[in-house]
Design a protein around this ligand. Sequence first.
Ligand code: ADP
Ligand code: ADP
Length: 229
Amino acid sequence: MITLRNVTKSYQTSTRPALDNVSVDIEKGEFVFVIGPSGSGKSTFMRLLLKDEKPTAGEVWVADFRVDRLPGRKVPKLRQRIGCVFQDFRLLQQKTVEQNVAFALEVIGKSRAFINRSVPEALDMVGLAGKADRLPGELSGGEQQRVALARAFVNRPLVLLADEPTGNLDPETSQDIMTLLERINRTGTTVVMATHDNTIVDAMRRRVVELDRGRIVRDEEMGVYGVGR
Ligand code: ADP
Ligand code: ADP
């Protein structure tokens, strides 16, 4: 589902590459944690998959897309296949919960009938059917992240990228978000989550890819956050 082959990413302003000859394969349906200290390349890894950044060298594949060579006009097609959630939720503050989720489908031209059917399903899945008419500002952080998850999942993406999705949440709320990510994963969606949260990584026992200064230093099935940390 995701392949990086000898990928190096150097930003013009820095001397050391953000990713340094990284190769990794992630199969359809896997759940993978990408961990590592701040500045180790986690966000760069995620941004390469979305073609937010272009690699300096190497190949990036997502589904059947050769991402590093994808022409600009095909980038929206790629991004339709990838759902994203972030630490800071990134909801539209002037739109209701329901409108936030619907908007993700409107911009890709889905029919009103499809939207009317899919949005309530997605809100139901994240347990927010009763709050469809609220504004994000009226919700707790955990609820806002659940809206973001509904929005990311409503179009049934092949891949869900989660960049520090629990970074602003307390431990109990974080656990709720992980339960939803597991549920999404069980539908067959490949989940890639960048995180610093050792408690979550240790509790989930999923694949762990650890980055350090742009290199993969560990890739382990059913991994823990770190030995002796
Ligand atoms: P992480 O997400 O693990 O904190 P990043 O991928 O954000 O790591 O950063 C990896 C390295 O690349 C860091 O040294 C960071 O300063 C640098 N970097 C990230 N984004 C940019 C950018 N847009 N321009 C220049 N340097 C960047
Ligand atoms: P996060 O790691 O929380 O996802 P970012 O990826 O935005 O945050 O930034 C990670 C690191 O990359 C930070 O050290 C930041 O200063 C650096 N960085 C991000 N964007 C740029 C940029 N355009 N130019 C230089 N450094 C950047």
